[in-house]
Design a binder for this molecule. Sequence first.
Ligand code: SF4
Length: 477
Amino acid sequence: MVDKKWQENGYPARLEERLPDNVVRCHLSPRNCRIRPGQHGFCMVRANRDGRLVSLNYGRSVHATEETIETEAVFHYEPGARILSMGNIGCMLNCDYCHNWKTSQARYVEDKDVFYYTPQEVIDIAKRHEIDVISWTYNDPVVWHEFVTETAALAKEAGIVNLYKSAFFISERAIEELIPVIDIFSISIKSIDPKYYRKITKGWLEPVLDGTEQVYRAGKHVEVSTLMVTDLSDNEQTAHDIGRFVLDRLGPEVPTHFVRFHPDYKMTNTIRTPVERLEAARRVGLDMGLRHVYLGNVYDTESTDTRCYNCGELQITRYGLNAQILAVTAEGTCAKCGADANIRRVPGGGRRPATVDDLPTTHEFDTATFDWYGDVRALHVQVRNDSSQPQEVYHRRTHQGTRSNPWSVVNLQPGESYRFIAAKSEVDERGVAVAVPPSCTSSLHQVFDRAHFPTTTADSGSLNADVTPLPLFEARG
Ligand code: SF4
């Protein structure tokens, strides 16, 4: 039996239209759901309570998680920056292959996976951990619009950048409310085929394209990505159509990502996207005149690096979710030829956590290691300080042979729960090691591809007691 305590209290919703007989219409997404008293909209997180439209997921979130900006298919905004990812519950779409269906489809959400935050608490987490970017992500941020706009406004006042990662099936009026507070839009355009949208996503195409153009014209930093679904959309026609849209309605400088798919939700009877199809799609985009075309969820390829479109200089190298800036100025231009690289920098951004070479010898730690295997090359580590004193948690990557990295330090306040990603960052890397004081509770969660939020929570036990199993997909072809 799935509890629904998180749905008990409604929060006054924006973009409401009141109709006769206590009926309301929601103007947040293009569905414009007409909702009778006691019922909810398609997304199941906006409802009619006594003739008024309410949000049922205000401040109701999956666990706040520290990741890197590359997780969000954002390659041209402070590469390597740490972000605080905030995801919630519900979605205005229902894609057959959703990677986050346990949180995006509200009927599957369990109370144990729901965490409660106020806007100020989100800001406090980011500041405490010296994170300069908040990312509104995972299921889809559209459906907790009130919490996003209010928190993003507070973040902006605090000097924090806001990133919006979305399928962008959203109304023009709602976008107008986002534009003053959101700095970066990473937009997932599933296809340029209207039939595909209707059949696979249960939405429709035109508002997505119009909305993407709307934020681009507003001067926002925009990157677009397309999930290349095996035998469905992983072809050169998709690449051509996306390229045409970017060139005709945005600009050649807009980074464009072709993302590898893994079987999930209702589409499990298939395989991962063959990498050579992705490489072919990338070549189509480059040949059409796009300046920056990348592959996503793909390792061991130069197609995730950034080169100057003008002189060919290697500007940024990437491995997985990690980036290293080689030849980009603080102004976002090529360090060799001076051409505009369309790379925006966070003022004073790119802060990294403190590191130490050795664990302190003054107290004990429980240490656990996890070795990367198959396609599992990232973990979420969740830790909670159960003591009344501040505590330090340590983590580092392990390598083949004797080489060892320094330990990164995570500071936890008394009672604080924190979650962060550890992702494979080098070819010869073996896995990750985590060291926690005995007074902390912790768990590991395997992450399968970027922007995936594993839902198994850590509420008891040791590091090895809560590893979320995921199928090991082998790429063919
Ligand atoms: S957000 Fe979209 S799906 Fe949800 S109630 Fe409003 S119009 Fe309907």
